[in-house]
Design a protein around this ligand. Structure first.
Ligand code: ASN
Ligand code: ZN
Length: 321
């Protein structure tokens, strides 16, 4: 009975994120905290003032607005992957509360992390639909917060493309985790279902086949390269951060498929370790990052198949690790 009551208390602590207290008479384990997400959802009412009106707090049941509920669930799924797969408590590893605003702006065709919170537009319905639709898009924005609090990769050129890629990697991993998919079964798309029905494309990006996500009169052709042979030199988009991210994205996909099984387990763990080990500089080039992934694989798994697969994946996209 005492064990059952302890479980109930632990459960309540999990839901509220509060310190675990004991009702058994035994002294509590020193300051034990059962981590749980601390989500707050806001509605900007199609204006651009942040954060907007609070509409759902942690522990509240679903509200009538499906957009709010999707964002709430997406934040929860991202929190859960970080905690269960890597033991990381929220995006800063220290239980940071997660704030998000939906219905930002009018027909706003984007979503972003502003350094403190997530922001999601509704899309105009002609090109983009609601940005809370794909869970990988929600997780992508949240992963920008994770990067800010870990390697803090600069948002320009190669470190910027790595910053973008890490958001796509963890975005896709959250989607695969929620679907319980193995690497070979996953679609490796970012933003599937985000493009309006009339647009000629399946998603924003493809990690499996960069450059093939869309080809359309309005959007043009997906500009992502899959390998260094097609690296794009440009001053636009902060030096092509959303373009050249195709290269590290593809390397991760190749690694995950080569290792097999669930991508968040070994491949994801190597990327997570790379971001949190302290060895990665904020101005890392692709080569620097690749070298750190090899170091992370070796530190965790030794000189076995994981390390070999990491070196091979980078070499397949033309990056020396
Ligand atoms: N949705 C974009 C991103 O997260 C917004 C941006 O360009 N910063 O990358
Ligand atoms: Zn991004």
């Amino acid at each position: 009975a005492a064990a059952a009551r302890r479980t109930l208390v632990a459960d309540a602590a999990h839901r509220t994120g509060r310190r675990l207290t004991t009702v058994t008479g035994a002294p509590p384990p020193a300051q034990e905290v059962v981590p749980g997400p601390q989500r707050t959802l806001y509605d900007a009412g199609n204006r651009t003032v942040l954060p907007g009106t609070r509409v759902r707090s942690e522990g509240d049941g679903p509200v009538r607005d499906a957009t709010v509920n999707r964002a709430y669930a997406g934040l929860g799924a991202t929190f859960e992957l970080l905690l269960t797969a890597y033991g990381h408590d929220s995006i800063d590893g220290a239980g940071l509360p997660l704030d998000a605003t939906v219905h930002y702006g009018e027909d706003y065709g984007n979503a972003f992390w502003n350094g403190e919170q997530m922001v999601f537009g509704d899309g105009d319905g002609e090109i983009f639909l609601d940005f809370t639709g794909p869970v990988d898009v929600i997780a992508h924005e949240l992963a920008h917060g994770f990067t800010q609090h870990s390697a803090n990769l600069a948002y320009f050129g190669q470190p910027g493309a790595l910053n973008e890629s890490v958001s796509d990697v963890f975005g896709s991993l959250v989607k695969q985790y929620t679907l319980g998919q193995t690497a070979d079964r996953a679609d490796w798309l970012i933003g599937a279902g985000l493009l309006a029905p009339g647009v000629g494309g399946v998603a924003l990006r493809s990690m499996k086949a960069p450059g093939t996500a869309y080809d359309d009169d309005v959007l043009g052709k997906d500009p992502q390269p899959a390998t260094m042979a097609d690296y794009v030199r440009t001053g636009r988009d902060n030096g092509g951060v959303h373009i050249n991210s195709g290269i590290p994205n593809h390397a991760f996909h190749l690694l995950a498929v080569q290792l097999g099984g669930k991508a968040w387990e070994r491949a994801g763990r190597i990327w997570y370790d790379t971001m949190t080990s302290g060895g990665l500089r904020a101005d890392a080039s692709f080569t620097d990052f690749a070298g750190e992934t090899v170091a992370a694989a070796t530190a965790r798994y030794g000189r076995g198949e994981e390390r070999e697969a990491v070196v091979k994946a980078w070499s397949q996209v033309g990056v020396r690790a």
